[in-house]
Design a binder for this molecule. Structure first.
Ligand SMILES: Cc1ncc(COP(=O)(O)O)c(C=O)c1O
Length: 364
C-alpha cells in the first residue's frame, strides 16, 4: 500500500502524544495517576467555564456557528484587532496545518528551530514541502542561523516563542531585528502557545509587530493557560488578506460549539488565569530548587514545563515514573536522550513527582 501513498508523507514519523491517564490506568492497573506530560493546566477550567458548558449542552444537536462570532468579537476587543484579523481552529495545530495548505508549493522550504514543536515538520511534509530545521543555540531559537538558511525557495518560517520543549524565548528586540531582514515574500509564524506563562518583560508584542509586517501569523491557544486542551480550540491572528486566504482551505464547522462556549467563558474569567500564573511561578521555583537538590540540571523556562537534564538515559527513568503513576515526557523523539520534560503542575503533583523521582534515581 505504501506505493499508493503520496511520497511526501512516507517520511513522516507518526506523532506520539503524551500518554493519556486512562491508557495508563488500563495498561498498568494503577489508580492514582498524574499527568505532567503534555503541558496542560492541571488546575483545569474555571467553574464559570464548566457552567457555560453545562448551559450549552442542550443545544449540541445544532451545528456550531461557523463564524465563531461571539468568541471572535470578545477576542478582537481584548487583543485590539478586528474580527477579520482572526481565524479560529480545532486547536492551533489545525491552523498550523492550514498555513502550508494555503501557501506552500511542493519543494518549497520551511525553516524552524530544532528541537522544537514536532508538528511543524509534519505539516510541511504533508504538503510536500522541504523541512529545514536549524539547531538551537544555547537551547534558544538561533534567529541569525535561520536568516542564513533563507534561500529563494524559502516560503515559511516557524518561530516557537517560547519554545517547546526548551522553554526559552526570543525577545522583542531580537524578533524586530530578525523581521527587518526577512523578505516580505516569506510567511513568519509566531507560535505563542505558552505566551501567558512568560515572566520576562521583553517578550515581543507580536500584535504590534503585525501592524508593520504583513507577513506575520500569530498562533495562540486555549489549550494551555485556559485549561481547555480536551476541547481543541486555538486561533491565528494576521492581516485580513492572510485570514481570507486561510479561510478558503478551512472546512466548515471546524470549531465545535462547546469549545466556542467554553473559550468565551474562560476569557471572561481573569481570576483563573491569575491563579494559574501564580501557581506556575511558585511551582517553577519549587521544582528548580528540587531538581538542583537531586544533582540534576534544568533549562530555565518561560513556560509551564521544564526540560530536565538527567545526565543519563531518560527512557528507563520515565518508564519507572510511569509505573509509579506519573506520566512525563521522554525526549528521544526530539533527539534529547538524556532529558525529560515535565509540566509544572499543582503543588501536590510537583511534590509527588520530585519524591518519586528521588526514589527512582537511587536505582539508576
Ligand atoms: C508550541 C506549541 N504550539 C501549539 C500547540 C498546540 O496547541 P493546540 O492544543 O491549540 O493545538 C502546542 C501543544 O502542545 C505547543 O506546544
Amino acid at each position: 500500500m505504501k506505493r499508493l501513498a503520496r511520497k511526501s508523507i512516507l517520511e513522516i514519523k507518526t506523532y506520539k502524544p503524551g500518554k493519556p491517564i486512562e491508557e495508563v490506568k488500563r495498561e498498568l492497573g494503577l489508580r492514582k495517576i498524574i499527568k505532567l506530560a503534555s503541558n496542560e493546566n492541571t488546575l483545569g477550567p474555571s467553574p464559570r467555564t464548566i457552567k457555560a458548558l453545562r448551559d450549552y449542552l442542550p443545544k449540541i444537536y445544532l451545528y456550531p456557528e461557523d463564524s465563531c462570532f461571539y468568541l471572535k468579537g470578545e477576542l478582537a476587543k481584548r487583543l485590539k484587532v478586528r474580527m477579520e484579523n482572526l481565524i479560529m481552529g480545532n486547536g492551533s495545530d489545525e491552523i498550523m496545518e492550514l498555513i502550508p495548505k494555503t501557501f506552500l508549493n511542493p519543494g518549497e522550504e520551511v525553516i524552524y528551530g530544532h528541537p522544537s514543536f514536532l508538528i511543524y515538520e509534519i505539516v510541511v511534509r504533508i504538503m510536500g514541502g522541504r523541512p529545514v530545521p536549524i539547531p538551537l543555540k544555547d537551547y534558544t531559537y538561533d534567529l541569525k542561523g535561520m536568516l542564513k538558511a533563507i534561500t529563494r525557495k524559502t516560503k515559511i518560517i516557524f518561530i516557537c516563542n517560547p519554545n517547546n520543549p526548551t522553554g526559552t524565548m526570543v525577545s522583542e528586540e531580537e524578533i524586530r531585528a530578525f523581521l527587518k531582514r526577512v523578505p516580505g515574500r516569506i510567511i513568519v509564524i509566531l507560535d505563542e502557545a505558552y505566551k501567558d506563562y512568560v515572566e520576562r518583560k521583553d517578550f515581543p508584542d507580536s500584535i504590534r509587530l503585525l501592524k508593520k509586517n504583513k507577513n506575520i501569523i500569530i498562533l495562540r491557544t486555549f489549550a494551555k493557560i485556559y485549561g481547555l486542551a480536551g476541547l481543541r480550540i486555538g486561533y491565528g491572528i494576521a492581516r485580513t488578506e492572510v485570514i481570507n486566504l486561510l479561510s478558503k482551505v478551512r472546512l466548515p464547522f471546524n470549531v465545535n460549539s462547546l469549545a466556542q462556549a467554553a473559550a468565551l467563558a474562560s476569557l471572561k474569567d481573569k481570576e483563573q488565569v491569575k491563579r494559574t500564573r501564580r501557581m506556575n511561578a511558585l511551582g517553577k521555583r519549587f521544582l528548580y530548587e528540587a531538581i538542583r537538590g537531586l544533582g540534576l540540571e534544568y533549562i530555565p523556562t518561560q513556560t509551564n514545563f521544564i526540560l530536565i537534564n538527567l545526565k543519563r538515559g531518560s527512557r528507563r527513568i520515565c518508564q519507572a515514573l510511569l509505573k509509579e503513576g506519573i506520566i512525563v515526557r521522554e525526549m528521544s523523539a526530539w533527539g534529547l536522550n538524556n532529558y525529560m520534560r515535565v509540566t509544572i503542575g499543582r503543588e501536590e503533583e510537583n511534590r509527588r513527582f520530585i519524591q518519586t523521582l528521588k526514589k527512582i534515581l537511587r536505582d539508576f
